[in-house]
Ligand binder design. Structure first.
Ligand code: IPM
Ligand code: MG
Length: 367
């Protein structure tokens, strides 16, 4: 069986980290007997430069036909002045919306070897393993009406709409509860029910869903601001956090930093059964370090592991990839973002090479 992959390197460090993914895919083909049919396309600024459009319909259609989509990153100062509706980020939002990728899984996992890279004390983050499930196709990101309007007297008014329906809340809630069942059986649902009607509805619908389908799981409700605070105070109280699009955007960046570096965090965006998943690192395009070989490719490599697990039914290979990442980190191999005393600083490409050698070594040991 051949897996159809669509690769969208995007902007900034996207192409560099994606080059390392190509190496890993090459190894999986030559040494693990997994067949891929790979196509590559443009997204974000790269697509604006070529087509004056951050995601063309042709590329979108190619994505629709794939089993999984691997994305690098979008955006950068070069496109700061393009028209708002064709900015680089609009390409990513269109992809998420068009493919109905409503559940964004963002694990924050602290690897033992990186416990000192966290800005929190080691005893607070050691062994940390939380999963943020962010609603990705609704809320204020997509709500109408939206805009900037003139209201006279030299004044303007900017506005967006936060909206959620019962079914939008239920479907992402279901994903969170299902995942909690495979983990530590706890879901924390975050909103601002004390301020927003959409948050009140969110709380009521999650409570109802819990009562009807998931009462074996522990459910806790938390205001999003309190959650931001608790993530710093005692992050290990959490297992799965489910929240809306905007709060999820913010809380997942915060959770990412608990692990030491944004350069380590993968994500998966999942839709309805049968539609392709989108896999991307949580970090952005990092234009300040683009092209210098400083980027950490591990977030993208771990995103590939999630693709193998959630879209390609290659869970065992996903485990192998994640184990190889751990061994490489334990050996002290570090890109600059996670560099520590007595470790060896390597480039993006050398990190990819170290991973391939480790995969090779494990294969030889298993034989
Ligand atoms: C993310 C990013 C995106 C978002 C941007 C690039 C549009 O911050 O995936 O978290 O806000 O969703
Ligand atoms: Mg973000």
């Amino acid at each position: 069986m051949t897996h159809k992959l669509m690769i969208l390197p995007g902007d900034g460090i996207g192409p560099e980290v994606m080059a390392e993914i190509r190496k890993v895919l090459g190894w999986l083909e030559s040494d693990a007997g997994i067949a891929f049919d790979i196509e590559e396309g443009l997204i974000g600024g790269a697509s604006i430069d070529a087509h004056n459009d951050p995601l063309t319909n042709d590329t979108l259609e190619q994505c629709r036909k794939a089993d999984a989509i691997l994305l690098g990153a979008v955006g950068g100062p070069k496109w700061a002045d393009v028209e708002y509706n064709i900015r680089p980020e609009a390409g990513l939002l269109k992809l998420r919306k068009e493919l109905d990728l409503f559940a964004n899984l963002r694990p924050a996992l602290v690897f033992d070897a990186l416990v000192d890279a966290s800005s929190l004390k080691p005893d607070i983050v050691k062994g940390l393993d939380i999963l943020i499930v962010r609603e990705l196709t609704g809320g204020v990101y997509f709500g109408e009406p939206r805009g900037i309007e003139d209201i006279g007297n030299g004044q303007r008014r900017g506005f967006n709409t936060q909206t959620y329906t019962t079914s939008e809340i239920q479907r992402v809630g279901r994903v969170a509860f299902d995942l909690a069942r495979k983990r530590s059986n706890k879901v924390t649902s975050c909103e601002k029910a004390n301020v927003m009607e959409s948050g009140k509805l969110w709380r009521e619908e999650i409570t109802a869903l819990h009562g009807s389908e998931f009462n074996d799981i522990e459910l806790e409700h938390m205001y999003a601001d309190n959650c931001a605070m608790q993530l710093l105070r005692s992050p290990s109280q959490f297992d799965v956090i489910v929240t809306d699009n905007l709060f999820g955007d913010i809380l997942s960046d915060e959770a990412a930093m608990l692990t030491g570096s944004l350069g380590m965090l993968p994500s998966a965006s999942l839709g309805n059964p049968g539609s392709p998943g989108l896999y991307e690192p949580v970090h952005g395009s990092a234009p300040d370090i683009a092209g210098q070989g400083k980027a950490n490719p591990l977030a993208t490599i771990l995103s590939l592991a999630m693709a193998l697990r959630y879209s390609l039914n290659e869970g065992q290979t996903a485990d192998q990839l994640e184990q190889a990442v751990q061994v490489v980190l334990n050996a002290g191999t570090r890109t600059p973002d996670i560099m520590a005393p007595n470790c060896i600083e390597v480039s993006t490409a050398a990190m990819g090479d170290a991973l391939i050698s480790q995969l090779q070594k494990s294969k030889a040991e298993a034989a």
